[in-house]
Design a protein around this ligand. Structure first.
Ligand code: SAM
Ligand code: SF4
Length: 325
């Protein structure tokens, strides 16, 4: 599907739940977000139907996210149903990894190809404080399981926050020399709970890069495409893994954006940073035909802006976990 700026939109990011088993400081308030009524959340059958129609009009890659996708009951069956859609050639999950050790095998069997695991610290105490009570051991076991199951490429998402985990950048980078992990450093975005303080704590990718090259030497550009996301990748000499940078703030990648989002409450969101959403749940629940739903999806694609204007501030009441990060 081509949008108004001739970008091919073939990637659907689906938030399967607004709930989460962690409370990362930059993502959610300590008490959690006010969850919406159960009936407002799309059922798994509804999510599947929207993905099926999207696939018929050009979506080829699906990523399940949230909130925490692994806390959604029935997620394994959803993965299985999506992976049986002939048009979908890539199905992945973004997870905090806490439940991955126990669910990894079933997910792989259901057709999951790869996972992105979020991890901001390799120190147990610090991890607990960033996630407000997460256990590092569980994520590390999840990462081991993903490597064992060959869910690859295995990407690690690390949001760098000045004065919180910025001193671990080099350790994360060094990890790519020891294991086939693709560490992606994400610039902190002023979204939701982080909005008031993100400006002071944000570390630009350029600075992260300098920290790495100072200690570990040259970063060679990696030309092989690793997944379908917006990161730019590099490799340290002889490293099995790579280092990526997601520069939503310092150098937006909107001209290459290929994605559309579906929120847990059934809104099609053309751009993460743009408040506009198209309601697909109401027509779906009123029995609209697949042709009509396909038309709504194409309209959402045409609403994609040329670029985001996040530097002007976050205008949404909702936080990342509610939209689908
Ligand atoms: N719960 C899953 C997880 O943590 O991987 C999936 C949802 S989470 C919202 C998706 C990604 O968004 C995570 O990698 C998280 O670190 C990132 N994220 C959340 N808030 C952010 C912010 N303010 N700035 C940058 N990244 C953020
Ligand atoms: Fe949960 Fe992911 Fe947000 Fe952390 S970043 S609170 S794990 S949704």
């Amino acid at each position: 599907m081509l949008d108004g700026y001739k970008r091919d939109i073939n990637y659907l990011r689906v938030s399967v739940t607004d709930r989460c088993n962690l409370r990362c400081v930059y993502c959610m308030p300590a008490e959690g977000v006010k969850t919406v009524k159960h009936e407002e959340i799309l059922t798994l059958e509804e999510i599947y139907k929207i993905i099926k129609v999207s696939a018929a009009v050009g979506i080829r890659k699906v990523r399940l996210t949230g909130g925490e996708p692994l806390v959604r009951l029935g997620i394994v069956d959803l993965v299985k149903n999506i992976s049986n859609l002939p048009q979908i050639d890539d199905i992945s999950i973004t997870t905090n990894g806490i439940l991955l050790k126990e669910m990894g095998k079933d997910l792989k069997k259901a057709g999951l190809k790869r996972v992105n695991i979020s991890l901001d610290s390799m120190h147990a105490k610090r991890y607990r404080s960033i996630t407000r009570n997460g256990q590092l051991k569980k994520v590390m076991q999840g990462i081991e399981e993903a490597l064992k199951l060959d869910l690859k490429p295995l990407k690690i998402n690390t949001v760098v926050v000045r004065g919180v985990n910025s001193d671990e950048v080099v350790d994360f980078a060094r990890w790519t020399k020891e294991a086939p992990v693709h560490v992606r450093f994400i610039e902190l975005m002023p979204i939701g709970t982080s909005s008031p303080w993100a400006g002071d704590r944000y570390v630009p990718a350029e600075e992260i890069r300098d920290m790495i090259t100072d200690k570990l030497g040259c970063l060679n550009k990696e030309s092989k495409v690793i997944g379908s996301g917006p990161a730019r990748y590099y490799r340290l000499a002889n490293a099995p893994g790579t280092i990526g940078f997601i520069t939503a703030m310092s150098d937006h990648f909107c001209s290459k954006c290929n994605r559309l989002r579906l929120t847990a409450t059934g809104g099609l969101r053309p751009c993460l940073f743009d408040k506009r959403e198209i309601d697909i749940k109401t027509p779906l629940r009123s029995g609209a035909s697949e042709e009509f739903l396909a038309k709504i999806i194409s309209e959402a694609v045409l609403l994609k802006p040329d670029r985001h204007h996040m530097d002007y501030g976050w205008r949404d009441q909702r936080v990342m976990s509610q939209i689908g990060g």
